[in-house]
Ligand binder design. Structure first.
Ligand code: NAP
Length: 280
């Protein structure tokens, strides 16, 4: 299939990740495993870059057909693209660039990746959520949850950021000190607290876990964060960030190639690397 991104089915396609840092990313492993399984002649390379202009320059110079964008360029790269799709514009961040014969188009697959994972688990419509954090991942999550019929409250240590995010999306916000007054079907952590190597950190006191029957952590390294371990011990159903990570990457491959990637295979490769547990 040629959907405009693929010049010739015989040429090796170049895909890449841009960010800083990138060394810890599992995207190269996951994407490369997917392309091999799909029988696609393609490479996926991680590049550490200094700024958003460098991202765009390298995509063009290296003839990269599709790029994943990570911290800290998801917002700053937007203004340098030829087009940003409606979903990414509404979220206010681009994690994916498609190179359509030199025309660079920005997308966001974090929201769709989360939605797909939640649909596999508890669904979104009619559900209530508390989202910890007010950064880029929180914004993608809140936009998606609200758009798909869920109700969400954003909780963040910096009041101004929580207020601004809630105001732009039309949802409620609270400070961490007020979390004892909140209840929801599911708590989603979007802060980096607990991520490798700082695995002894957690964004929520254990005593508040009783307010949330389900707890999801967007962090996927480690697979079982301290938050998820404590939530499990408190009797909550838990979900790691692995599913969302796999689905956001799979959505990128679908955008770039027009083909459905082997999601279960990608997930197995990621879990193999993380040495994680099953059940999420
Ligand atoms: P970000 O834009 O830097 O936002 C981080 C948020 O966490 C901010 O709201 C910040 O609060 C809060 N925070 C940071 N350190 C904190 C601390 N010590 N105490 C309390 N709050 C703290 O980052 P992001 O892009 O949203 O990414 C956040 C996390 O999501 C990362 O761990 C990332 O790996 C993960 N993620 C996972 C996936 C996936 O596919 N599974 C996809 C995207 C992101 P302030 O506003 O007060 O500074």
């Amino acid at each position: 299939m040629n959907n405009g991104y693929v010049k010739s089915p015989d040429a090796a396609l170049r895909f890449a990740l841009f960010g800083d840092p990138v060394a810890q990313s599992l995207s190269p492993l996951m994407h490369s495993a997917a392309y091999a399984k799909m029988g696609l002649a393609a490479t996926y390379t991680a590049y550490r870059v200094k700024d958003a202009a460098d991202v765009v320059r390298q995509v063009r110079e290296r003839d990269i057909r599709g790029a994943s964008i990570t911290i800290p360029f998801k917002e700053t790269v937007m203004a340098l693209l030829d087009e940003v799709d409606e979903n990414a514009a509404a979220i206010g961040a681009v994690n994916t660039i498609g190179n359509r014969d030199g025309r660079l188009v920005g997308y966001n697959t974090d929201g769709p990746g989360l939605a797909r994972d939640l649909e596999d688990w508890i669904g979104i419509r009619g559900r209530t959520f508390v989202v910890l954090g007010a950064g880029g991942a929180a914004r993608a999550a809140l936009f998606t949850l609200i758009e798909q019929g869920g109700t969400a409250v954003v909780v963040n240590r910096t009041a101004e950021r929580a207020r601004a995010l809630a105001g732009s999306l039309g949802c409620r916000w609270a400070l961490p000190g007020q979390i004892g007054r909140l209840e929801a079907d599911c708590l989603i952590n979007t802060t980096p607290l607990g991520m490798f190597p700082d695995t002894d950190l957690t964004p929520l006191g254990e005593e508040f876990l009783v307010h949330f029957p389900r707890v999801m952590d967007m962090i996927y390294n480690p697979v079982r964060t301290r938050l998820l371990r404590e939530a499990e011990a408190a009797g909550c159903a838990v979900r790691s960030g692995v599913g969302m990570f796999v689905h956001q990457g799979a959505e990128q491959i679908r955008l770039w190639t027009g083909r459905e990637p082997p999601r279960e295979w990608m997930r197995a490769k990621v879990m193999e690397k993380l040495g994680g547990c099953s059940g999420d």
